[in-house]
Design a protein around this ligand. Structure first.
Ligand code: F6R
Length: 250
């Protein structure tokens, strides 16, 4: 994993957007794997700004999101489908039918994961996957303990994940208990991965990520085995790692 240190959230967002813009300009029909949550919001804002100013075109781009809650309709403001429209798709020239999120009708909808896997294959695989990381080390919604060989499917959200995401809902009971998520092996097939890490809340997990061996209790640790991962982390997220002056900084 290559680590790029930045000052703050804004710098992380700008750099991540620049990496995506270069990807899309170099390969106009890029397949981008996208994430939701708080982390990529600033990056999406920079992409929109660039679209307005420089007209970078997304006409041939295909996007595949990592995950979606089960039980929320697409027009529910808390759904990731709604989030992506609000945060990005409605503001750039990507045709709606080239933007995909996994979608499952119920927690028993096993077909949904298989269909998403087929879709990813049909579009030729993901060129660049953007990831955030959960405070518990999850990537996508693959919680600690998930097999590294997992493919896209239904996942139960960890209590800590539901608590972390409760900030977007009126009350805790409204936070879905399950989601459909790209699997870990699916994420690992992406040709390039960019992991964004910002804020003091992510400092403990970022420290663990760099200090511990690859193991299924820390899903993001598998990224160490991927040939092309860039981690962009800000000073708050790096605070514990730098304090310990771990191997990556010595
Ligand atoms: C989102 C996703 C999650 C988030 C992670 C961090 O699509 O797959 O893994 O990236 O939960 O969330 P934030 O960015 O809200 O801290």
């Amino acid at each position: 994993m290559k680590l790029i240190e930045v000052q703050n959230y804004d710098e992380m967002s700008k750099l991540a957007a620049e990496i995506i813009i270069e990807q899309v300009q170099t390969k106009t029909n890029s397949v981008l794997g996208l994430a939701t949550g708080g982390t990529p919001v600033g990056m999406y804002q920079y992409l929109m700004k660039d679209f307005t100013q420089n007209k970078t075109s997304y006409e041939q781009v295909i996007t595949l999101n990592l995950d979606e809650y089960i039980g929320l309709e697409k027009d529910n403001p808390q759904s990731y489908s709604y989030f992506m429209k609000e945060q990005l798709f409605n503001h750039i020239n990507i045709p709606e039918n080239q933007t995909y999120l996994p979608s499952a009708k119920s927690v028993h909808d096993e077909e949904a994961g298989r269909n998403y896997e087929k879709l990813i294959e049909t579009v030729g695989g993901i060129d660049m996957q953007i990831l955030g990381i959960g405070e518990n080390g999850h990537i996508g919604f693959n919680e600690p303990g998930t097999s590294f060989s997992s493919t896209t499917g239904i996942v139960k959200l960890a209590d800590s994940t539901r608590e972390a995401n409760a900030r977007y809902f009126t009350k805790m009971e409204d936070v879905p208990t399950h989601a459909i998520s790209m699997g870990i092996s699916t994420i690992m097939k992406s040709r390039q991965i960019v992991l964004l890490v910002s804020g003091v809340k992510k400092a403990p997990i970022l420290n663990q990520l760099f200090q511990t061996d690859v193991n299924e209790n820390l899903p993001a640790s598998i990224l160490k085995k991927h040939p092309d991962v860039t981690v962009i982390a800000d000073q708050e997220a790096l605070s514990i790692l730098k304090e310990k002056k771990g191997s990556v900084f010595s």
